[in-house]
Design a protein around this ligand. Structure first.
Ligand code: NAD
Length: 478
């Protein structure tokens, strides 16, 4: 018997949760349920995170959380419960299987059957944003080696456990050579440990186009947070089934399972909503807790019910569908089909799947790190960059020299194009003549000299070499 925490959420949440629990219990799920309250009521009671301290205790204890959708109240100040839960519990992997249910649910891609594994904690979603000048704001994209290793390893282990043949990595490392480059490099590195699995890498733009066009050529996709966010919605939509998809958020210790849709408040309390999305979340949960046979039984009964044409209003279509049912009738139809398998759709087979155990991350030995220079960022309202070049060129420390000025990443000094549009945000790169003699104090000194000239220094970024390889990008055009 495995203890799990559930939350019925808002809107259609309670109805679809009741239906889901009824189905999985009828299938024989060995679970003991602890219910907590999250969402609108908790937010409106003055708790800006949407979840009370006592509810955390339940999740920390059971480690498994099945959550119905919630309504985030309008107006500012309310923090996203999903983001909070992912971050607090270290749920680094978002797993979203997308499968076509053709011809029973309309789709242009009858053979689509893929799983998107999205990194969940890093990238632009760290939420570190700053306004630096009148004209420029920034959002920091943070990518870490442990973050990449964990998600990439999870993707390969998932493929192995669920008998999938290929893992595709999507990045934009032709442009973001450091951040996306690290993700790609780790994909190649860890991929070597899985010789039996086919591996490929696509630049995300053309890869996304290919996924939207011929999704059947993909199997497991692993990618960074932002691309994964976009791609997983595209994949669910082209499968014809945004309302039918579930997702898992997996961490080393904890996991959360849910439907991908929201609380559909206009449909609440009418017993019409489709419980399939949350049921798919529950199937992922049953697999996660090692109750694979029950997961398989539920999945096959669900597929059979859809095949029988027993459909809720959202997927009901004259011709294909046979009977339009309510939430509870749909649940009962699935229960009646427990033990049966679909005839046309691919039968689910999870018997062999083992719960995924990840090796813990082991910190690598430090590499040789050499300070080479500094990027000094300025808020400067001038228009003629040669003027700025002259002021900065005259700032003298022991061995730091002005090497380049760029504006929004494009080199504008020396020898820039006068046609390049410039904002009030300038990156001024100083490189040491003799790097071995450059100290951090000299970086402070260059900043002081700039301030003495009346320049507005908004930040500095040290430039390092790691094992002889530059740990910073060149200016475009440099
Ligand atoms: P939504 O997913 O709730 O609804 C979009 C459309 O799909 C609506 O027409 C709705 O009636 C329909 N729909 C959704 N789920 C359905 C189901 N199971 N059966 C039948 N029809 C279904 O998205 P929204 O309207 O943008 O958001 C409503 C609320 O949900 C908002 O407060 C939003 O913040 C919240 N939300 C929560 C989550 C979550 O908790 N994970 C996710 C997304 C949105």
């Amino acid at each position: 018997m495995k203890k799990i925490t559930i939350a019925k959420g808002d809107g259609i949440g309670p109805e679809i949760m009741d239906a889901t629990l009824k189905i999985i219990l009828a299938a024989g799920a060995q679970i003991e349920i602890e219910e907590i309250e999250v969402g609108e009521k908790v937010y409106l009671s003055g708790n800006t995170s949407g979840i009370a301290k006592s509810s955390w205790d339940s999740i920390l204890n059971t480690k498994v959380f099945l959550k119905a959708p919630i309504t985030t109240p309008q107006g500012g100040g309310y923090k996203s419960l999903n983001v909070t839960t992912r971050k607090m519990l270290g749920l680094f992997a978002n797993v979203r299987p997308c499968i076509s249910l053709h011809p029973f649910v309309k789709t242009k891609h009858p053979e689509l059957d893929l799983v998107i594994i999205r990194e969940n904690e890093e990238d632009l979603y760290a939420g570190i944003e700053h306004q630096q000048t009148n004209e420029v704001v920034q959002c920091l994209k943070l990518i870490s080696r442990p973050g990449c290793e964990k998600i990439v390893r999870y993707a390969f282990e998932y493929a192995k456990s669920y008998n999938r043949k290929k893992v595709t990595c999507f990045t934009k490392d032709n442009i973001m050579k450091q951040t996306d480059g690290l993700f790609h490099a780790i994909f190649d590195e860890i991929g070597l440990e899985y010789p039996e699995i086919e591996k490929e890498h696509w630049i995300v733009d053309i890869g996304a186009a290919k996924m939207a066009d011929t999704p059947e050529t993909f199997d497991v996709i692993v990618t960074l947070n932002l691309y994964g966010d976009v791609l997983s919605d595209v994949a669910a939509q082209i499968a014809g089934s945004v309302g039918l998809a579930g997702s898992a958020n997996i961490g080393e210790e904890f996991a959360m399972f849910e439907a991908i849709h929201g609380s559909a408040p206009r449909r609440a309390g009418q017993n019409v909503a489709n419980p399939s999305g949350l049921l798919q979340g529950a199937v992922l949960m049953l697999n996660h807790i090692g109750q694979n046979e029950i997961a398989e039984k539920v999945q096959n009964a669900w597929l059979k019910t859809l095949e029988d044409g027993v459909h809720t209003y959202d997927i009901f279509k004259e011709g294909t569908s046979k009977v339009k049912v309510s939430t509870s009738e749909f649940a009962d139809a699935i229960i009646n089909n427990l033990g049966k398998s679909p005839n046309t759709l691919k039968t689910a087979n999870y018997a062999e799947s083992k719960p995924i155990q990840l090796k813990s991350y082991v910190r690598k030995p430090s590499t040789k790190k050499v300070l080479k220079g500094v990027d000094v960022f300025l808020h400067w309202n001038g228009l003629n960059v040669d003027e700025l070049g002259e002021i900065l060129g005259n700032l003298k420390t022991n061995n730091l020299n002005l090497n380049m000025i760029s504006n929004r990443g494009i080199k504008v000094w020396p020898e820039g194009f006068k046609q390049t549009f410039c904002t009030d945000h300038w990156r001024c790169r100083f490189i040491a003549e003799k790097a071995e003699r450059l100290s951090s104090m000299e970086i402070i000194q260059i900043q002081e000299l700039a301030l003495q000239k009346g320049l507005d220094v908004i930040k500095t970024e040290n430039l390092y070499e790691f094992n002889g390889k530059a740990g910073y990008s060149l200016g475009q055009g440099q």
